[in-house]
Design a protein around this ligand. Structure first.
Ligand code: MN
Length: 374
């Protein structure tokens, strides 16, 4: 039976079992809250309940007071999607990523669109296809126009890509019609996950003008099985990039970023069959984000749109200034023109059987393997 839990070291703590044992008396109706397949009810409770639960768990772990019926080896539990995703928004907030994408697709023009330094650019994605780490990813089919062909075709995508992102998980909702002030935005945040925003670049390139990303993105988005509470990440907050020009009042705050090392590894089917380990192809830092989480939340509610418990907010691909810091294969292979090396092979986009893993300090891994189209 599914229930909610906490990962700590090698173990998963079964919170429903802990509540039944009477160890979570600080949390009202703890047994009802945790005997569920998602964290949503708990997340809706707000920061005071999160902190009470967190503090109690720390105490139980430190004092070795966890009852054995609530302790499992991490390897013996089957992780589910940790929360029911309400709305999914994806931003485009890394300056290096936006600049690289601009250089690739608009080599003659200014790489950054004129709005980019004035607002966090984003779009609404598809919440229903957010999947938990480990879920196989079927190579999507779609319409695109291959170079040199007379007409568009419907085919399996030939440019399946990854996007290395941080995902913000919203706990408490906001009121419809009332923008969330930038200095209150963090109060709505329950925690963070790593997020792989799988992308079919050929489909995306053909469909995206004039209304933005659609089927090239919506086939799947993978997130980690365990949400890291914001409270555990506050001491990793550092000043972000200086913002020039100074943003409008509703976005004005000292922009902060998370000092967390991030990486991407890739293992082909051939490497797996030979028992070879995955190869790290990207190393970057979550510091490389221009717009802060608070600014993203203030902007996405600036028109009165409300937050819901379970909203997922992607940072956008996180890239850095060096080649190995590029958080997508689009950038790493410069849209296929500059292949990178994987186990002695020249590679551009993902092949069937490739397994991708996103890792980050204090964050749960996100893995996915590409399986052939049906
Ligand atoms: Mn994205």
């Amino acid at each position: 039976m599914p229930r909610t839990g906490v990962a700590t070291g090698e173990h998963a703590i079964d919170l429903a079992a802990l509540a039944r044992a009477g160890a979570l008396a600080e949390v009202e109706d703890a047994e009802g809250l945790f005997s569920q397949a998602s964290l949503n009810a708990f997340m809706a409770g707000g920061p005071a309940i999160w902190r009470a639960c967190h503090g109690r768990l720390r105490e139980l772990v430190a004092n070795g007071q966890l009852p054995s019926e609530a302790l499992f080896q991490l390897g013996e539990v089957e992780p589910l999607l940790p929360f029911e995703v309400a709305d999914y928004v994806d931003f485009y907030s890394s300056l290096e990523h936006a600049t690289n994408a601009g250089r690739i697709f608009r080599p003659e023009a200014d790489p950054l669109p004129p709005n980019w330094r004035h607002l966090p650019v984003g779009y609404h994605g598809r919440a229903g296809t957010v999947v938990v780490s480990g879920t196989p990813i079927v190579r999507p089919c779609g319409q695109f126009w291959r170079h040199g062909q007379a007409a568009p075709e419907y085919l399996p995508s030939e440019r399946v890509d990854i996007e290395l992102e941080l995902g913000v998980v919203i706990g408490t909702p906001s009121e419809h019609g009332r923008p969330v002030p930038v200095d209150e935005a963090l109060e709505h945040v329950f925690g963070l996950v790593l997020l792989n925003d799988w992308s079919a670049r050929d489909v995306q390139g053909w469909e995206t003008v004039p209304l933005g990303p659609f089927l090239g993105k919506s086939f799947a988005t993978s997130i980690g099985a365990w949400v890291t509470p914001l409270e555990d990440l506050m001491d990793r907050r550092v000043p972000g990039a200086a913002q020039d020009p100074v943003p409008l009042d509703y976005l004005r705050t000292e922009p902060m970023a998370f000092d967390l090392e991030l990486s991407v590894s890739l293992r082909s089917a051939g490497m797996a069959s030979r028992g070879e380990p995955p190869q790290t192809i990207v190393r970057t830092s979550a510091r490389n984000v221009y717009w802060s989480v608070e600014q993203q939340i203030a902007h996405l509610t600036a028109n009165g749109a409300s937050l819901r418990t379970g909203d997922l907010i992607g940072s956008g691909t996180i890239s850095g200034p060096e080649r190995e810091q590029r958080g997508s294969l689009l950038e790493l292979s410069w849209n296929g023109e500059e292949p990178f090396e994987l186990d002695g092979e020249r590679r551009t986009y993902l092949e069937d059987g490739d397994e991708v893993t996103l890792s980050g300090e204090l964050l749960s891994d996100v893995s996915g393997r590409i399986v052939p189209s049906h």
